[in-house]
Each structure stands twice: as C-alpha cells, then as structure tokens.
Design a protein around this ligand. Structure first.
Ligand code: SF4
Length: 375
C-alpha cells in the first residue's frame, strides 16, 4: 500500500522498580535478561525477509539503559546482521537518568546510538517522589550534562504534567529548567491514571484529584506557548522539537502509516493493512519463540475505512496536517468533497484550518485532538 521505509522498535521489558503510574509492560525480574536477549535475536531472524531496510531504530521499554553496553552492542550487531540499515539511520535509546554515566554514554555513542531520550519527568523532587521515580533531580541534571559531553547532539527529555495539586506555575518551573539544557526534543505528557496502577487505585479510592478539563486545557496551552517562545516547534500533540530536523523520525512512522516492526513482549507492528502485537508476558513470549513460533498474541486486518479514519485522526495530531491530494492517492477518498460540510464546520469552530490543499489542526484542535477523531 505504501513504499515508505520501515522503522524498527525493540521493547526491553525490564525495570529495576515500577513507577507508580506505569501501565507499560515491564518486569522487575532482571535475571531473565539473558534469556530475553536470546529470544529477541531469534525473533529478528524470523523477520529478516519480511522487513527491510530500516531507517529508524528505537530501543524502548521498560528501561533499556539497565542493559550493559556489551548487551546493547550485541543487539545492534544482531540487527545489522539481519537487516539493512539506511545510512544516517536514527538510532534512539530510552534511558533512566539514574543509569547514565559518562562511560555508559561513551559506549552508546561508540556503538552507533545517535539519539537519547531521557525520562526526566520533572524537576520537582516532590513530583518525582509522588510518581515513584527512582532518580533525583541531581541525577537528571548530571545525566543530561554527561550526554552532551559524550557527544549526543540529539537529546530528548520526557516530562509529565498535571500531577495532583500541581498548578501551572510549578510546571512552568520544570519547563524553565528543562530548556536551560537546550534539549533538541521535549515530550510533555499529561499524567494519565490507569485503573490497575498503584496511583490509579489511590485515585479511585478518592485520595486525591487530578486537574479537570479546563485546567488540563490551560496546561496544554501554556506548555505550547512557553516552548514556542523558547524556540521549539510544537509538531505533535505531546512533542516539541528545536527545529524540524529534530522531530522524531521514528515516531512519525506511527503517525503516517509507515510500516514498522516491533520486537519483544507487547510490541506492536504494522505493515500494509495489518497490525499485530506480541504476548505481553516475557514467559509467554519466550515460550512461543522456543517453540519456533512468532510470539504473536493477536492480529487485525484494517479495512480501507478504518485506515482512512486512522490516517485522519493521526494526521490531525501533527503540525504537518493532512494533504488532501496525498490522502486521495493513498486512501482513494476525496476528503474535501465527501466531508465538505463537516470540514467547513470544524474550520468555522476553530479546530482546523484548510490551506493550500492541506488540513491543519489549529492550536485548539491540537489540544482537543482526541475529540477530532470523531470526524
Ligand atoms: S521506568 Fe518507564 S517502563 Fe519502567 S516502570 Fe517507570 S514508567 Fe514504567
């Protein structure tokens, strides 16, 4: 269906301790790491003819930075053995500040990792404690500084806002401290409380409240305004880049229906009109691989109508917007003609603007991007 180059995601499903808000699949049984590394190598071999080449690799988790430099180097050796990489492939690793020291970071540069995404989350010690993070502000600062010194020219910081009792001003303080380091990329996520997480359970028991819709909207708008004034492009609902060249090339693949292969427990993949996902538990994942099977738990085939809706929903979450001609070519659907009245209404209400044959989300449209999926 498209000839876009694929992206590769590896899910490293281990963390030293669980953050209190976390709903991602990760295990604290790190004794299983060697078995897992064997498993993921075998999974790569199973896909060597189905996906090729790649121009982005994202090593996420979990906490990939708890692997040793040697283990990470072996992963990259295996990737290069099984797949072709386009020159200048974006290779990102997610890291916990507590794991980053100069020697680890030097090794990451030497093995070819050229982008680092550090889970700073906050420059407020109370917020870090509330979230159950295992690092301090001091460790976050020294991790960012050491990454720069090790030669990373593409550093991203993840931050969380909207924690209970947090007002706009303390959040802006976190942003002020973040931009002091001129990170090339910032991801600012609103705290979400999933039901089964420790914080979700406390929330349901009525121990605290979280910002209501109006305050959430204000957080969103102030974040965007502050970072724009600091020189960042707000290029996706939660993502900001200090120049278009620093927008995450890997994440873009999720937003424009490029093919991507996800390896490891719970990882999702997409190709053509199919999406599939792996078993969540390390044990089930490894059992399937040891039996010589792909560790797939489920699969869906998307109809053209589903693909169209997704493309619209995802496109309107990005500053790039939706090209009406591109949409017509790829999804055989003339949005402008078929949805003329609806688009005119959304434009009149200030959610989108239609210019030069593109649909663009306005700032309000970005803030309410989830509701725009109702199109
Ligand atoms: S480090 Fe990330 S994946 Fe691990 S528990 Fe915390 S939020 Fe979840």
């Amino acid at each position: 269906m498209n000839e876009k180059i694929s992206g590769l995601y590896l899910h490293i499903p281990f963390c030293l301790s669980k953050c209190l808000y976390c709903d991602f699949y990760s295990s604290t049984s790190i004794s299983a790491v060697p078995d897992f590394l064997n498993g993921i190598s075998k999974e790569m071999e199973m896909y060597r003819h189905q996906f090729n080449p790649f121009d982005t690799i994202y090593i996420g988790g979990g906490t990939p930075s708890l692997l040793s430099p040697k283990q990470l180097e072996n992963i990259l050796i295996k990737i290069r053995k099984n797949f072709d990489l386009i020159s200048n492939t974006e290779i990102t690793i997610e890291a916990n500040p507590a794991d980053l020291n100069r020697s680890f970071l030097d090794s990451m540069r030497e093995i070819g990792i050229n982008r680092i995404n550090i889970g700073v989350q906050s420059f407020d010690e109370k917020v870090l404690g509330f979230l159950g993070r295992r690092h301090s502000i001091k460790q976050a600062i020294s991790a960012i500084e050491a990454s720069r010194k090790a030669g990373f020219h593409n550093i991203g910081l993840d931050l969380i806002y909207g924690v209970p009792a947090q007002n706009i001003e303390p959040w802006l303080d976190t942003l002020r401290q973040a931009v002091v380091f001129s990170p090339e990329h910032l991801s600012c996520y609103q705290l979400t409380l999933e039901a089964k997480t420790p914080l979700g359970i406390r929330y349901q028991a009525g121990e605290f409240s979280i910002p209501g819709e109006e305050l959430q909207y204000e957080f969103f708008m102030k974040t965007s305004e502050f970072l724009r004034d600091a020189g960042y492009i707000h290029y996706e609902v939660s993502n900001f880049a200090r120049g278009q060249e620093y927008a995450s090339r890997h994440n873009q693949k999720y937003w424009d229906h490029s093919p991507f292969l996800g390896l490891g427990p719970s990882a999702h993949s997409f190709q053509s009109n199919q999406r599939w996902w792996n078993h969540r538990s390390v044990d089930q994942y490894l059992a399937a691989i040891h039996a010589g099977n792909l560790p797939i738990e489920g699969k869906e085939i998307l109809t053209m109508e589903q693909l169209r809706l997704e493309a619209l929903y995802l496109g309107l979450r990005t500053k790039r917007g939706v090209s009406l001609q591109g949409f017509k070519n790829q999804y055989t659907y003339d949005l402008f003609t078929e949805k003329k009245e609806l688009l005119a209404k959304l434009e009149e209400e200030g959610f989108i603007s239609i210019r030069d044959s593109f649909l663009y989300p306005t700032q309000t449209g970005l803030a309410l991007a989830d509701s725009l999926s109702l199109i």
